[in-house]
Ligand binder design. Structure first.
Ligand SMILES: C[S@@+](CC[C@H](N)C(=O)[O-])C[C@H]1O[C@@H](n2cnc3c(N)ncnc32)[C@H](O)[C@@H]1O
Length: 267
């Protein structure tokens, strides 16, 4: 198992970001979908959000991009299981340039930017600036470090996470909300709003479509593997034990934020 992401792919984990599915519901509220937009998700994971969005807004044109073939395969299986085959396009990130410049209305991203290295992060935002229409919308659901966490701690956590889980926890480019706004501004994205997600925001009860319920069944089939695969069970135990060597139990390190940007093609 090369990284914690591969492990999560094997067990069909979805909503791999701050505040899980509730975070996604809050992100979807911010997309302001009218019905026929061209929408791209960057870094789809196993596709939980793709299903939620397409089942709520069947007339959108939805494309998902990911750098992991395994994740894309899991997302493809989820889409088929949910009866949405051929209704959501999936693209490997190596082929992302097949998307036309200036053609996309909305891009959204959940917990991807924070794990990218500096060079890839810039390349990705440059690419999104290119494919989004002028005044197109970019919405991110990412984590940022709490003020109480020092840069020294962040370096320690990121080094350990890279070594033990194959990915960093969260980059330092987005240390504060102001840093994040400036970083995006310099790459062509004007901030419209920023919401720090609080526990009370995640208590809202929402109805689910039948397709979303099917997606939940797909996730549960993956989780069942933990009952009969000794390899996966041991891997889970190992990751849980390693977490305790990095994070203190009672301490909070990160907070989820949802930020909305308007694209401007002035670059
Ligand atoms: C933490 S997971 C989040 C997945 C999904 N957005 C979610 O919230 O469940 C990060 C995802 O980003 C993908 N990823 C990492 N680097 C990427 C890149 N350079 N281009 C596209 N996807 C990437 C990973 O393969 C993984 O699926």
């Amino acid at each position: 198992m090369s990284s914690i992401l591969d492990f999560n792919t094997s067990i069909n984990s979805d909503f791999l970001h701050a505040n899980g599915e509730s975070g996604t519901d809050l992100l979807i509220d911010k997309l302001n979908i009218q019905g026929s937009e061209k929408i791209v998700e960057f870094g789809v994971g196993t596709g939980g959000t793709l299903i939620k969005l397409k089942s709520k807004y069947p007339t959108i044109h939805l494309t998902g991009i990911d750098a992991s073939h395994k994740m894309l395969e899991a997302a493809r299986k989820r889409i088929k299981f949910c009866g949405l085959k051929n209704q959501i396009e999936l693209i490997h990130s190596n082929d992302k340039n097949t998307i036309q410049e200036n053609s996309i209305d909305i891009v959204y991203i959940e917990s991807v930017l924070g794990i990218l290295n500096q060079k890839t992060l810039k390349e990705v935002l440059f690419f999104l600036n290119k494919i989004l229409k002028d005044q197109g919308t970019l919405v991110i659901n990412e984590s940022i470090w709490l003020d109480s966490v020092s840069e020294k701690e962040i370096d320690f956590i990121n080094e350990k996470c890279k070594k033990l889980f194959g990915i960093r926890q969260c980059n330092i480019e987005f240390k504060t909300i102001d840093d994040t706004i400036k970083y995006f501004h310099d790459l062509g994205f004007k901030n419209q709003s920023c919401k720090r997600i609080r526990k009370t925001d995640t208590n809202i009860k929402r109805g689910k479509t039948i397709t979303e319920l099917r997606s939940k069944v797909f996730t549960s089939f993956g989780k069942l593997k933990l009952l009969y695969s000794l390899k996966l069970k041991n891997q889970e135990k190992k990751y849980n034990a390693e977490m305790t060597t990095i994070f203190e139990e009672e301490k909070e390190y990160l907070t989820g934020v949802i930020m909305v940007f308007k694209n401007s093609n002035y670059l």
